[in-house]
Design a protein around this ligand. Sequence first.
Ligand code: ATP
Length: 297
Amino acid sequence: MSAIEISQLAKSFGPVKAVDGVSFTVEAGTITGYLGPNGAGKTTTLRCLLGLVTADAGTALVNGVPYPQLKQPLAAVGAVLEATNFHPGRTAINHLRILCTAAGLPQQRAAEALEQVGLADVASKRVSGFSMGMRQRLGLAGALIGHPEVFILDEPANGLDPSGIQWLRGFLKHLAHERGAAVLVSSHVLAEVEQTVDNVVIIAKGRLVRQGTLAELTRNGDAPLRVRSLDPQTLGPALERAGGAVEPLDDGALRVRGLAAERVGEVVLAEQVVLTELVQERTDLQRVFLELTEETS
Ligand SMILES: Nc1ncnc2c1ncn2[C@@H]1O[C@H](COP(=O)(O)OP(=O)(O)OP(=O)(O)O)[C@@H](O)[C@H]1O
């Protein structure tokens, strides 16, 4: 049984098909990035999964059952949907203590969870003074409180600065790879999650566009090389003689397929030309995501 199992899920709001026949699973011990441009249907999917929205069709299961049927939801699932809706006058620790009370958990979990997300120093500060990044961490603390093994996080990197994003990456990896949790994390910014996730599910306009392991979607073998030299007239034909398919680009660089970077380097050396650029072009994942984002912007 998968920790999260979404099957043929569909939800419309009036004429808008927010989610249109989406299926994927998330296994224990893995992080899945749920990616798509703004308005793609990510939040709606997660809301269906958490029983906050009733799907028109299909199923969204956690540990094999719909969320509302979980006996102890906070012990099964840690969810952060919107990290902004805290009571502003409440302190961080009080916010978590209230969650503990509501879930029948020992009060000490509040302090432990704050410690885990690096907010122990501001435990007795009011949430009204918290930055977006601190609110995200507080949301995560709330998700951790019942020691769940499934995490559902909607855009947790929103509002985090680069060091916060770095911290989040490490934290999610710890949850999945060391504690064996199943983590589903949504984002509309590929770069935020690209270094974190094991699997990727991409949606756009409610429909699943691509899914696979990160390794599959970023396999670079087929991605062409961009080669720029002070002497493309010499280098281009030489690369072709070495077995490459060479396409001159408008900006003077050459797009080379069928040759590894090492081989290009050898040709450069043999021809004694000056090389000014040698990079692998975008991976499949970056290309797919960029096309989608450009389409919808
Ligand atoms: N309660 C609602 N009523 C009407 N339309 C809605 C509602 N919730 C979502 N939608 C619409 O459904 C579509 C998908 O929205 P959703 O919030 O799920 O996308 P998203 O991928 O999470 O986007 P974002 O990255 O902007 O949060 C959008 O067109 C949105 O306007």
